[in-house]
Design a protein. Sequence first.
Length: 119
Amino acid sequence: MNKLFYLILICFYLVSCDDIFVEDISNKKTTIIAPADNASLTNSEITLAWETIEGAESYQVIVVSSSFDSIEKFACDSVTTNYKLKLPLDAGTYEWSVQAHNSAYSSLKSYGKFKVTAP
């Protein structure tokens, strides 16, 4: 009986509790709801929205101008526990990504692009 107890103790020492009880979201991807890809928006306050992932504790949102391939400006790099984020943005072209996280894993990133035009 003592050998079994020590074996269990060693297993708990080698593997953290988070890895045992936290859902692996590393192969999941959030679905972007808004704005639609390549949307042209006239409002300067933009609401970014996405579907939640079961097992996620937070979401990292990155918004850049004009694209991830050619970053002119980081408009946002924020972590939220919500499924949406409101941002005031100047006129321009933007790309954004959202990635879910929990204490042990990160999901795949989802990407979108949109344009803000002067009203």
